[in-house]
Design a binder for this molecule. Structure first.
Ligand code: SAM
Length: 251
């Protein structure tokens, strides 16, 4: 479905990741994150000498696995609700920071940075999204590695379901999705109901990138892509694959 020019709150990400996130995205669990974290450990060759940052760490579901491999881990997120949850599931030695990914309040000590499950492309302005990857480059040591897991634009455009209703326990989740062709953003409105009463309504809006566009944004920030995959099994990127996983290093 395409709906040109539909209005999106530019600061949608401030409201979209609250207490209800874990109901709406219950399937994005610690268990589901295990093969994804394993893939990151293998492709980034994470080991005890690594200091890694998970950008947009949410509830910490990847860090639960990653901290067992890396020397030290830090998670950064903007959502107090998700960071509280992360603090409950992660050991104390994993650092957690509340900050905006466009201004990471950390120094250039990291040897690896991860960004899982479409935690990128949130800002309406190209320069703001560029600033995020520039921050990734700044906090990485020379030669440091990164993994960015973004939605595969061509797959989203082919497979987008405009409407969907799901249940989670006593909750009903109704989602409406559309692509704004003018901006090439995929937008979603999620409404959460219980006993027929609407509890919450959130919006999401994510920039879609072709492989060439994302590579060039990363290159502009000084990040060199070394491998691209279409899923966490290491399949090559093609139109049928749901993800666009970019792995590389600070040039
Ligand atoms: C789609 S969720 C993914 C979370 C986690 N990576 C996962 O796989 O479960 C995106 C995450 O980005 C965080 N986020 C949104 N806007 C942010 C911002 N401006 N700065 C830092 N984190 C932000 C959200 O709070 C949320 O935890």
């Amino acid at each position: 479905m395409q709906r040109d020019g539909a209005c999106v709150n530019p600061r949608w990400y401030e409201d979209a990741f609250g207490e209800a996130y874990e109901i709406i995205y219950a399937h994005r669990s610690v268990e589901a994150a295990e093969p994804e974290a394993r893939f990151a450990v293998e492709t980034l060759r994470l080991g005890r000498s690594d200091l890694m940052l998970d950008l947009g760490c949410g509830t910490g579901r990847h860090l639960v696995h990653l901290f067992k491999h890396a020397g030290a881990c830090v998670g950064l997120d903007y959502s107090p609700a998700l960071l509280r949850r992360a603090r409950n599931v992660l050991p104390q030695e994993v650092g957690l920071v509340r900050a905006d990914m466009r201004a990471i309040p950390l120094t250039s000590a990291f040897t690896a940075v991860t960004s899982f499950f479409t935690s990128f492309g949130y800002f309406l302005d190209r320069e703001e999204n560029l600033r995020v990857v520039q921050e990734v480059a700044r906090v990485l040591r020379p030669g440091g590695r990164f993994l960015i897991d973004h939605a595969n634009a061509t797959h989203v455009e082919r497979a987008l379901e405009p409407e969907g209703t799901r249940r989670h326990g006593s909750f009903e989740i109704r989602e409406t999705r559309w692509i704004d062709a003018a901006t090439r953003r995929v937008n979603k409105t999620t409404r959460l109901f219980r006993d027929g009463r609407e509890l919450e309504r959130t919006e999401e809006s994510v920039q879609l990138y072709s492989q060439t566009e994302l590579r060039s944004l990363l290159a502009e920030a000084g990040l060199r892509v070394e491998a691209v995959y279409g899923d966490y099994e290491g399949s090559p990127l093609d139109d049928a694959r749901p993800r666009m996983l970019m792995i590389g290093c600070k040039a």
